[in-house]
Design a binder for this molecule. Structure first.
Ligand code: FE2
Length: 258
């Protein structure tokens, strides 16, 4: 199973490394919530596998859509919404034991039936999929996107709190909030650090900012985020100044020794 995950992750990463990082961080959060809720080791292991591959289906979504800086059209959003089903179709022949493929298929379902791809209601959605769905939203809001900076952990927790019992399972939300209160690093790890130190994260993760990826499907996106361009411009300016100073010293040295 580990080999399968690695092959799948490599396949996704070859096209979109950002998605691999997102899947890993989402899995970290989902497992922490599941442990806080007291799920069995076997169920947590299935959740771990599902989390590691949950956006595999985005491999079928054109990059132009994943990285589009503006608002998605209805057609583009419809294409995005196929990714859980696509992942399911890819993984189905592998006959992965347990509920892994179903968890992946259901990770965008919402308890009021407004999710996709099948508009399932709460009682039809696996608990593991509900956990993965909450973790997915929290991670997405805590992470930088190509078109916006991280919104931060406070906004992420506010989102799941406000939609508690509407979109997100109350018990999952409560466990997530409690976990953050008790041991924030156990919940978020590096995600928290990214959310709290956006400027440092920018410098350490420039390659991630460049990757074509979309956060919450359907989310409005007013324009491409310019921070990286600012950093790049500053670096370029500093390099020009340093080069100019060095040339100046060279000219002075040469003129005095000729
Ligand atoms: Fe997804």
């Amino acid at each position: 199973m580990e080999a399968i995950i690695q092959v799948m992750e490599s396949t996704i990463g070859a096209r979109d490394p950002y998605t691999v990082d997102h899947q890993q961080r989402t899995t970290h959060i989902a497992v922490a919530i599941a442990q806080r809720m007291g799920l069995s080791e076997a169920r947590i292991e299935e959740l771990h596998v599902a989390g590691s591959l949950h956006d595999l289906g985005k491999i079928a979504v054109p990059n132009e859509i994943l990285s589009k800086p503006g608002k998605l059209t209805d057609l583009e959003f419809a294409i995005i919404k196929t990714h859980p089903q696509v992942a399911y179709n890819i993984l189905k022949p592998l006959e992965i034991p347990g509920q892994v493929t179903q968890i992946i298929m259901q990770h965008h379902e919402r308890i009021n039936g407004s999710g996709y791809p099948h508009g399932l209601e709460s009682r039809e959605i696996l608990l593991e999929a509900k956990i993965l769905g909450v973790a997915d939203v929290v991670e997405a809001m805590c992470s930088h996107r190509p078109y916006r900076p991280a919104l931060g952990i406070d906004k992420a927790l506010e989102e799941i709190s406000q939609k508690r019992g509407v979109l997100y399972d109350p018990e999952v939300v409560d466990s997530c909030l409690l976990l953050y209160q008790e041991t924030p690093t156990a919940l978020m790890g590096e995600v928290c650090q990214i959310a709290r130190r956006p400027s440092e994260a920018l410098e350490s993760l420039p390659e991630k900012i460049d990757k074509p990826a979309r956060g919450l499907p359907g989310e409005e996106n007013p324009g491409r985020w310019r921070w990286q361009n600012l950093v790049t411009d500053q670096s370029r300016l500093a390099m020009h100044i340093a080069t100019g100073v060095a040339l100046g010293f060279c000219l002075v040295y040469v003129s005095r020794h000729l």
